[in-house]
Design a protein around this ligand. Structure first.
Ligand SMILES: CC(C)(COP(=O)(O)OP(=O)(O)OC[C@H]1O[C@@H](n2cnc3c(N)ncnc32)[C@H](O)[C@@H]1OP(=O)(O)O)[C@@H](O)C(=O)NCCC(=O)NCCS
Length: 164
């Protein structure tokens, strides 16, 4: 079977702990996807917090490492919250978000976390589908929580995945 060029899978993707030297690229990826981008300083501050951890998906190609996506999580007592997740636009839909989330759930399981929470825009179909596929269920909502660049408002869904 011949794959169309834009569907070529990243060759060698490793999903591993997010480090301080990844934050510039994390801020760049965040800015591609969100109307209120976080700075690399904000990512540094978050990663410096003991309760915050993250993972980056990195591809090694022609001797250079590129960060294709990341996820950040805050753990508190027996719960964890997904703070943000983003995959580079041209690499979306290739299983990277799924691998990042699998890593979070494995870590949360290892930490004996009871539940993982997140908030997502009700109109963000790719993200909502991904979370539902991973077993997250809607447990609440925040009406008119988001506003897009055109001023259009939408609600946040609060979702939870129980681990025990
Ligand atoms: C949401 C996001 C992280 C998903 O990452 P991804 O690498 O594109 O997702 P995956 O390729 O791992 O897809 C996993 C599942 O998500 C869903 N999905 C992904 N892209 C989709 C799309 N364009 N349309 C519908 N569903 C989609 C599907 O259920 C898919 O499973 P399937 O391929 O078996 O059907 C990514 O799209 C992204 O960075 N979006 C912009 C930032 C964002 O919205 N973050 C979430 C904020 S809560």
């Amino acid at each position: 079977m011949i794959w169309p060029f834009d569907r070529i899978w990243p060759l060698d993707v490793v999903v591993d702990k997010a480090e301080r030297n990844h934050t510039r690229r994390m801020a760049e990826l965040h800015a591609f996807s969100f109307t209120r981008p976080w700075t690399d300083g904000e990512f540094d501050d978050l990663l410096d917090q003991k309760t915050v951890y993250g993972f980056t998906a990195r591809e090694l190609r022609w001797g250079k490492t590129d960060i294709l996506g990341f996820v950040l999580v805050r753990a508190a007592a027996d719960e964890a919250e997904i703070l943000t997740i983003a995959v580079a636009p041209r690499w979306q839909g290739r299983g990277i978000g799924r691998r990042l989330m699998d890593k979070v759930l494995a870590r949360a399981h290892g930490d004996r976390t009871e539940s993982v929470f997140l908030e997502v825009d009700e109109n963000n179909n790719p993200a909502v589908r991904l979370y539902r596929k991973l077993g997250f269920i809607q447990v609440g909502g925040r009406p008119d929580y988001y506003r897009d660049s055109a001023g259009q408002r939408s609600s946040a869904l609060v979702m939870r995945r129980d681990l025990r």
